[in-house]
Design a protein around this ligand. Structure first.
Ligand code: FEO
Length: 164
């Protein structure tokens, strides 16, 4: 049986993953509005990954006999500026999620909750990948700038992302 403190922390993380999905959906719509269909597609795929992250945590919580307590998901902003700002904000958001995952991992370790620690290892690894891939996109965007043909080339590349 999972502890009440770990159950609360996992429920909070589930809400954050759901917020991440909302945030990336809003960013995707913003990019669509600017005719950047490739960036919009990438962010839509990212939103579906975040929904999967929440679902995976829900499955774990229920497997441990925990109680799922879904809360209202905060509304994301509707305007994000240029594409570079969108991905800089994505990177900042992922870094904040990494901090939360690390705190959860630490909590599991302190509680000697080995099952949670092992489940959270997947998220620790996933955050390394998330920060790396978004960091690369930010670097590419900064290199080509907001104007000119480079950003449209990047847009076409981003449109090729597949789920998984
Ligand atoms: Fe679920 Fe992007 O971290």
């Amino acid at each position: 049986m999972i502890s009440k403190t770990m159950q609360d922390a996992l429920n909070a993380q589930i809400n954050l993953e759901q917020f991440s999905a909302q945030l990336y959906l809003a960013m995707s719509a913003h990019c669509t509005g600017k005719s950047f269909k490739g960036f919009a597609h990438w962010l839509m795929v990212q939103a579906s990954e975040e929904t999967a992250h929440a679902a995976k945590l829900i499955g774990f919580l229920l497997d441990r006999g925990g109680r799922l307590e879904l809360k209202a998901v905060a509304a994301p902003p509707t305007d994000f500026g240029g594409v570079i700002q969108v991905f800089e904000e994505t990177l900042a958001h992922e870094k904040s999620i990494t901090g939360r995952i690390n705190a959860l991992f630490e909590q599991a370790r302190n509680e000697k909750d080995h099952a949670s620690e092992i489940a959270l290892q997947w998220y620790v690894t996933e955050q390394v990948e998330e920060e790396s891939k978004v960091g690369e996109i930010v670097d590419h965007l900064r290199a080509v700038g907001d104007q000119g043909g480079g950003i449209w080339y990047l847009d076409s590349k981003m449109g090729k992302r597949v789920i998984g």
